[in-house]
Design a protein around this ligand. Structure first.
Ligand code: KG4
Ligand code: ZN
Length: 345
């Protein structure tokens, strides 16, 4: 296998990228790590909705059914064939192990059959890179705030692919908290968009849910307390025979969570003397988070970047960008590349 060649610089490599870490089967063709020629995303949301969340076994089976079709679509849309692809990028973790394995096995088979290099990518690194695809003027150093269904990280990005993790969740990820509260309110899966929408007709200060800041100066997060607080509020209102004001609960929950994320992100930038923040991950689609962080950044004279809605949630284009940056730094994987559900950043 010819996949140990270090890359010459200045080449407009075509990357075929694959993402199957959770419930989106996605393939993309990206040129030079920046130009998205195609980004096909097949969401399994409708399938998992019935169960109120992602069922790992079902996710794996659907990735397996869809992956070849999605890859063909990505190539067709980009008007290239396999021979035009220079290397394969694939999410190797973190994520659901069975789901990751579908993407990784496909990527390994393609790398072997086409005799081209393989690059495993950290999913969170991919989310951060979604910003590079749309904001060519964004360069390190900056503070990355990654908020998704599986992760909540504040990261100091001091060079391409070089990070210090400044804070992370100690329990639930923020998207997980949105999804769990939505389930309690009977809003279905995924909960984030439903809470975002319902909150628009609610009073964000109707209920004083706890803001968990942890120890003085800590940049870590904790979202399990607010989830319990929402549950307690609903149970106690029911016991009193009161009607639940769903929109007020949603809006108050959202405000409590967003306030903490915004304040800690700004504090991280101040502590590290960074004047630029980039947000990423599914929860970066949240309208209140976007607005409050934008206002706060404007007040502090900081620049804020976030991807368009399609590139906030899971997609292969962001993996293509991250794979390119890794490859240009000489990172190459081999046929022993394995899924790592707990891969650390
Ligand atoms: O990044 P992502 O697609 O998958 C993971 O890597 O986890 O994020 C999915 C998460 C879900 O928890 C979903 O509820 C949340 O992002 N989400 C939102 C919004 N859109 C998606 N949360 C809050 N507000 C939204 N508008
Ligand atoms: Zn994700």
């Amino acid at each position: 296998m010819n996949n140990n060649i270090l890359p010459p610089k200045n080449k407009e490599y075509l990357t075929l990228a694959i993402e199957t870490s959770c419930d989106e089967t996605s393939a993309a063709v990206v040129r030079g790590g920046k130009v998205v020629l195609s980004n096909i995303i097949s969401s399994q949301i409708e399938i998992h909705k019935e169960y109120g969340g992602v069922v790992p076994e079902i996710a794996s089976r659907h990735h397996l059914e869809n992956i070849n079709i999605i890859i063909k679509e990505a190539l067709d849309h980009a008007k290239v064939n396999f021979e035009g692809i220079d290397f394969i990028g694939v999410t190797s973790g973190p994520g659901l192990v069975g789901a990751l394995l579908v993407g990784i096995s496909t990527a390994k088979a393609l790398s072997y059959a086409l005799n081209i290099p393989l690059v495993g990518v950290h999913h969170i690194e991919g989310h951060i890179c979604a910003n590079y695809l749309q904001h060519p003027d964004l360069h390190p150093p900056f503070i990355g705030i990654v908020v998704s269904g599986g992760h909540t990280h504040i990261v100091d990005i001091y060079d391409d692919l070089s990070y210090h993790v400044l804070g992370r969740t100690r329990d639930d990820a923020v998207g997980e908290a949105f999804d769990k509260v939505a389930r309690v309110l009977g809003l279905g899966y995924p909960g984030g968009p439903a809470i975002d929408l319902l909150s628009q007709s609610g009073d964000p200060y109707a209920i004083d849910f706890p803001r968990s800041y942890l120890e003085h100066n800590s940049l870590d997060f904790s979202f399990s307390g607010i989830k319990t607080a929402v549950l307690n509020h609903i149970n106690s209102e029911k016991q009193k025979g009161n009607e639940i004001h769903q929109a007020d609960v949603a809006a108050s929950f959202q405000m409590a969570v967003v306030e903490v994320i915004v304040n800690k992100t700004i504090r991280a930038a101040e502590q590290t003397n960074r004047d630029t923040i980039a947000m990423a991950g599914g929860v970066a689609a949240n309208s209140l988070l976007r607005k409050m962080l934008k206002d706060k950044c404007a007040e502090k004279g900081m620049k804020l970047y976030y991807p368009s809605l399609e590139l906030c949630t899971d997609n292969a284009a962001m993996i293509g960008c991250a794979a390119y940056l890794n490859y240009m730094k000489g990172k190459i994987d081999y046929l022993d590349l394995d899924a790592n559900p707990n891969l650390k950043l």
